[in-house]
Design a binder for this molecule. Structure first.
Ligand code: NAP
Length: 236
C-alpha cells in the first residue's frame, strides 16, 4: 500500500485519536498537533507536535516545519475543538473568542498555510470536523454553533477554490458521540438526547473515524464541498 501523509489537529484523545488509529491502518504517516500526547503506544509512523492551536503564530510555524519534514501532504483533518457553553445573555467575550479561535480560526490558518502545498501537488483532501449543531443550532452554544457553522462555510468555499487542482474539501458533522466532550453531560441529559436520536444510541468514535477514512480515500474522489452528518438520523 502506498504511504500517505496526514496532519490532524487534536488527536490526543476522543474522535481525533480514533481517526489516527484508523488512518495508521490505511498506511498513513501522521503528524498530530495538540497540547498533550496520546496516552498509549501506537504502532506506525506517528509524530507528536506540541502546540496550542489558539497560538496562531506557533501553529503556522509548526505547520511549516511539518511540511519541511513531510514534503507532500495527502490529508489535513481539522479536528481539535472545545466548548464553553452558556446562554448568550451570560456568555462572556472571552468564551466567544476562545471557542472561535480554537474551532474556526485555527482551521483558517491550517488551510491557508497548507494551501500552497496542496495546490502545487494538485492532489489531496481536507476534512473539517464540524457538528450537527453547526447545521441546526443549539440553545446554550452560540459560540460553538457559530464556529461549527463557520467551518461549513469555509469548507464549501475552499471546495470551490481548490477543485480545479483536484483538491477536495469536505465536512463531517458528528451528532452526539461518546468522548470526554460528551462526558460533561449528566446521565439524565444523555437519556434525553438518545430519545431524540432516530437510531436510538449515541455514536462512538469509530463511527466518525470510518467516515473520515472514506472521505479521504479514492473511493470518495467525486465528493467535494459536502457536509456529511454522522448523527444517527438527528438531522434529516
Ligand atoms: N463528542 C461529540 O459528541 C462531538 C459532536 C460533534 C462534534 N464534535 C467535534 O469533534 C472534534 C473532536 O471532539 P472530541 O469529542 O474528540 O473532543 P475531546 O475528546 O475533548 O478532544 C478534543 C481534542 O482537541 C484537542 N484540543 C483542544 N483544544 C486544543 C488547543 N487549544 N490546541 C491544540 N489541541 C487542542 C485536544 O487535545 P489537547 O487537550 O491535548 O490539546 C483533543 O485532542 C471537535 O472538533 C468537536 O467539536 C464532537
Amino acid at each position: 500500500m502506498e504511504l500517505k501523509k496526514a496532519i490532524i489537529t487534536g488527536g490526543s484523545r476522543g474522535i481525533g485519536l480514533a481517526i489516527i488509529k484508523r488512518l495508521l491502518k490505511e498506511n498513513y504517516e501522521i503528524w498530530y498537533i495538540s497540547r498533550s500526547q496520546i496516552g498509549e503506544n501506537l504502532d506506525g509512523l506517528l509524530h507528536y507536535v506540541n502546540c496550542d492551536i489558539s497560538d496562531h503564530e506557533k501553529l503556522e510555524e509548526s505547520l511549516k516545519e511539518i511540511v519541511k519534514q513531510a514534503t507532500t501532504i495527502d490529508l489535513l483533518v481539522n479536528n481539535a475543538g472545545i466548548t464553553k457553553d452558556n446562554l448568550i445573555m451570560r456568555m462572556q467575550m472571552e468564551a466567544w473568542n476562545d471557542v472561535l479561535n480554537v474551532n474556526l480560526t485555527s482551521a483558517f490558518i491550517t488551510c491557508k498555510v497548507l494551501s500552497r502545498t496542496f495546490l502545487k501537488q494538485k492532489k489531496g483532501s481536507i476534512i473539517n470536523i464540524s457538528s450537527v449543531v453547526g447545521v441546526s443550532g443549539n440553545a446554550g452554544q452560540a459560540n460553538y454553533s457559530a464556529s461549527k457553522a463557520g467551518l461549513i462555510g469555509l469548507t464549501k468555499t475552499l471546495a470551490k477554490e481548490f477543485a480545479s487542482r483536484s483538491v477536495r474539501v469536505n465536512c463531517v458533522a458528528p451528532g452526539f458521540i461518546e468522548t470526554s466532550m460528551s462526558d460533561k453531560l449528566s446521565e439524565e441529559q444523555k437519556a434525553q438526547i438518545v430519545e431524540n436520536i432516530p437510531l436510538s444510541r449515541m455514536g462512538n468514535v469509530d463511527d466518525i473515524a470510518n467516515v473520515v477514512a472514506f472521505l479521504a480515500s479514492s473511493e470518495a474522489s467525486y465528493i467535494t464541498g459536502q457536509v456529511l452528518c454522522v448523527d444517527g438520523g438527528m438531522v434529516i
